[in-house]
Design a protein around this ligand. Structure first.
Ligand code: NAG
Ligand code: NAG
Length: 261
């Protein structure tokens, strides 16, 4: 968290340090002059994570909070909190995943892509004046699924771990496999020899590592691929090619996003 006056530290002579400390103290002891701010923790949310919308520099004479998703009107109201009575009332825009704290911060649990958007906090003061702060939350998909098989749309790939943050494990698994399989092959990028990570021959239960194998991938007999200790470099397109016993092939494509926390 940066204090609003942090940049003022730059280029100061030592003798000015004391003066700065004194003025900072004055600044912090007058909360009404400090600007009300909101931050999202973490700043880049990924589907499935919990996100805290933190409020800083609240004035001292708060009577109530109202959180809105979008605009300040009743249909966008998520939740309200009245300090004096400690009563919490949920509005029409609540999803059942929000928690409001006495300090005004709002916790959003297991965020979804739909939680992306503008959040507004209205702080009602004891003198009936109000203060408003807005923030923008962006929730990123942990895994985007594309259909590469228009004829068999049920054959899909997904990332099991909803949170593809660096260092984590990600399981790429797929559903509704076509029957009579002979072999699976995973590719990082388009399906070509140099991009092959690993393949698995079902009959002989043989695993064969390809040129794109990094040592962190494990293929399971059901075709799912486990990526261990993912890095941002693992971000990109993944293709799974399935070879059937009649040598017909089917393919599914997915996009993995790995984020720095
Ligand atoms: C408000 O309270 C919550 C829950 O106790 C806490 O996690 C958060 O850090 C607090 N916000 C601020 C700005 O201190
Ligand atoms: C495939 O096997 C792995 C490891 O046993 C398991 O975690 C995963 O859920 C399985 N995939 C499917 C689609 O069931």
């Amino acid at each position: 968290m940066d204090s609003p006056s942090a940049p003022a530290h730059r280029g100061l002579l030592p003798s000015q340090g004391l003066l700065l400390a004194a003025s900072l103290l004055t600044f912090w002891s007058l909360p009404t002059t400090a600007q009300l701010t909101m931050e999202s923790v973490p700043p880049n949310a990924v589907e499935g994570q919990d996100v805290l919308l933190r409020v800083h520099n609240l004035p001292g004479n708060v009577a109530a909070y109202h959180w809105y998703k979008g605009k300040i009107w009743e249909s966008d109201r998520i939740v309200s909190y009245v300090i004096g009575t400690q009563i919490i009332t949920f509005g029409p825009a609540n999803s059942g995943r929000e928690t409001i704290y006495p300090n005004g911060s709002l916790l959003l649990q297991k965020v979804t892509l739909k939680d992306t958007g503008k959040y507004v906090l209205q702080v009602i003061l004891k003198d009936y004046d109000d203060k408003i702060v807005t923030g923008e939350l962006h929730v990123y998909p942990s895994f985007l699924t594309f259909w590469s098989l228009p004829s068999t749309a049920q054959f899909t790939m997904e990332s099991v771990l909803p949170n593809a943050a660096e260092g984590k494990e990600v399981l790429l698994r797929f559903h509704n496999l076509p029957g009579d399989l002979k072999r699976y092959a995973w590719y990082k990028g388009e399906v070509k020899e140099n991009n092959e990570i690993v393949s698995y021959v079902i009959e002989t239960q043989t695993t064969i590592h390809g040129p794109a194998y990094s040592g962190r991938e494990t293929i399971y007999p059901n075709g799912s691929l486990l990526l261990q200790k993912v890095t941002v470099k693992d971000t990109g397109e993944y293709n799974l090619q399935v070879i059937l016993k009649d040598y017909a092939t089917k393919q599914v494509t997915g996009q993995l996003h790995v984020y720095r926390e």
